[in-house]
Every structure is written in C-alpha cells, then in structure tokens.
Design a binder for this molecule. Sequence first.
Ligand SMILES: *Cc1c(COP(=O)(O)O)cnc(C)c1O
Length: 403
Amino acid sequence: MDYQELKNIYDTPLYVYNFDDIKSRYEALKSEFKARKSLICYAVKANSNLSLLKMLADLGSGFDCVSIGEVKRAILAGAKSYKIIFSGVGKKDSEIKEAINLDILMINVESSAELLRVESVAKELNKKARISIRVNPNIDAKTHPYISTGLKENKFGVDIEKAKSMYLKAKNSSFLDPVGIHFHIGSQLLDITPVHEAAKVVAKLLNELKAVDIDIKFFDVGGGIGIRYNKEEPVNLYQYAQGILESLKGQDLTIVCEPGRYIVGECGELLTSVIYEKINDKKRFVIVDAAMNDLLRPSLYGAYHEILSLKNTQTSNCDVVGPVCESGDFLAKDINLPDLESGDLLVVKNAGAYGFTMSSNYNTRARAAEVAIEAGKHRLIRKRESFEDLIKNELVEDFGAKY
Ligand SMILES: *Cc1c(COP(=O)(O)O)cnc(C)c1O
C-alpha cells in the first residue's frame, strides 16, 4: 500500500486495516477446529469498527461482547443473535434485559450475585436465559499483569467449587438454562500451555456436571492468542487447537474460541506524521501527530510497537512522543529512526487490536479516521472526528446560538 497516498487522501493520524489479512487469520483459526463443531466468537473490544464486524459476520463469525453496546454493534453489523456471547464482570439489569430480549447465544456469568440478577431479570420477562459460567481456573497465564485474568487474585470468573454450586442453582431454576462453560485466562499469550492446562481443569468440571445431569453444549476457551509485536515466536495454531481438542476427548460439544488480538492485531497500522523534532539535553524527541489518546498501549502497558520510517538514511536513537500533556505520552522509547522533518510519515505497526477502541478525546483531540484495504483498494470506514463531534453533547447555559 502506498502510505503517502493514504496520507494525502485521508490525512493523519490514520488507522489502516488490511481486511484480506483479517479474513485469512479468521479462516486459519476456524480450520484448525474443523474436526469438531466450533464457533469463533471474535472479541469485539479488540476492534469494533462496524465494517470490520460486518466482514467477519459475513464469514460466519460469532462475537464476544463485553457491553450491551458491543452486542448492538455486532447485531447492527449483521451478526446472528445465536452467535453472540455477552461477557464481563459487571452487567447492569438494563443490559441483561436487552441481552435476553435479543435472544443471544448466552450470557457469560461471572459471579453468584450476577447469576441472581440474570435469574430475576429473566423471571420478570418470563423467559429462560441461556447462560455460561466463567470459571477462574487459577492458572498463571504468564503475561503482563494488566492482561492476566485467570488467577485467584484477578476480578474475573469464579472458582471451580463455586461454579459447581452455581450450575446446580441454574439447573434448578425455571428461568436459567446453563448451556455453556467458559474460561479466559489472559491476553497476548505466547506460551499456550496454560490454556491447555485450564482446558483440562475445566473439562474435568464438565464431567462432574454431566454426572448430575447438567449437559453443557458450549465449551468456551476464551481468547488470548498472542501475536508478534517484536521478535516473539508466533503461536502455533495447530498445537493450540490440538491441545484443546485433546482435553475434550469423547465429549460432544461445540468449541467456542474468542480471539480478538490474534484476528486483527497484526493487520492494522497507525499512520502518523512528524510535527517536528526536538532535542533536550542529549535526548532526541520525534514529536508526531498521533498520541496516547490514539494508541494507549505504550503508555498503559509499556507495550512495544515497531515504528517504521519511509526514509532509508542513517538512524539515531530517539523517543517518539505525541503532543498530549503527559510524560506518559509516548509511542516508542529508545528506538532508531532517521533524521525526520515536518510532514514525514511514520508507520506504527501491529496496531489493529486495542488501538482505536482504546482511543479517547483527551486534550480535546479528535479521534483518528479508519481505512480498510481490501483487494488492493482503500476505503474510508470511519470519518475523522470533527470539533463539532467532540462538543455535541455538552450543554452550556446562555451560550447563545453558536453551539
Ligand atoms: C478480552 C477478551 C477476549 C479477547 O482477548 P484477546 O487477547 O484479544 O484474544 C476474549 N474473551 C474475553 C472474555 C475477553 O474479556
């Protein structure tokens, strides 16, 4: 793709996604489970652009959502309601109600308090809510603490014993239908053995439930497949799938997998333009027009994103920083780039997941535009925000007619 042309047409900061690559990754994962019934439920929070969701829905993908907003996005994009899962540690009654009315595949319950809320809302609606329970298998996912979710000390899910009693309660309720079992131990997992260990632990619970006539139909292994940001060894999808399939020997279930980052992470780039360079003491800063409000991962997790220049001249050490008024506002630290001038383009790699979706309007900065590349052609899939967009919900007394 001609980055310069994209910049000329759409301006920067600009998110660019390769839809063909996203499609291939979806298909590759799906085919690894071909020996069994399977459902890939793409995790909407990784990148929730409607055009992207529509493409995945057209391929037959399901969706894992963590708010009713995401559920509605998925449906708007053409998702089948029976392929939508609603997860998350805190769901409001109004969200539970909408989810039940939309007849989604299942609500993924994360506590006994939540189970009671779902039951009571279902009762009010005189409906039976399909649920799964998120089990916390207490397994160390060996990833960044902010994105590790499968340990006792994390807020997610319930322990095995608690899960068992919740299943029994659900079974005996006229308003709950326990159809699934779920775990999700963390994100950006490069070593997949913890997922296999978790699958074994949870499959054991499955057998115990079967013994008391609770027939689970969906075995949901969550997401978390790691991607290559730097020089990491990519996850072997065949081994990933085989380990899960092995833990389910002899059981007739649909395997559900909820990848987010794996599907979109490596298929997106953030284009940004240099504003100017600045040298303080001996430190060289490249100040660019994208900032932490556009791509939060470096600031939030100290995450690494490769940054490429289109120039081939000699490089030197620098930090790439945005214009936001925070010292934590950087896209990269101590990387090597050529001497850059105003307007030079930089490409921030592997920014397709948790990029735009974590962006904000901090410093009254408009959020970036998004472009899709498909079959060699580019098209705008989200307009750049305008100043009017940023202030449209604000109410000011006696401000006159201007706004
Ligand atoms: C965030 C999340 C995912 C997706 O995680 P990735 O690391 O992006 O694959 C899947 N399932 C649940 C429940 C999640 O919270």
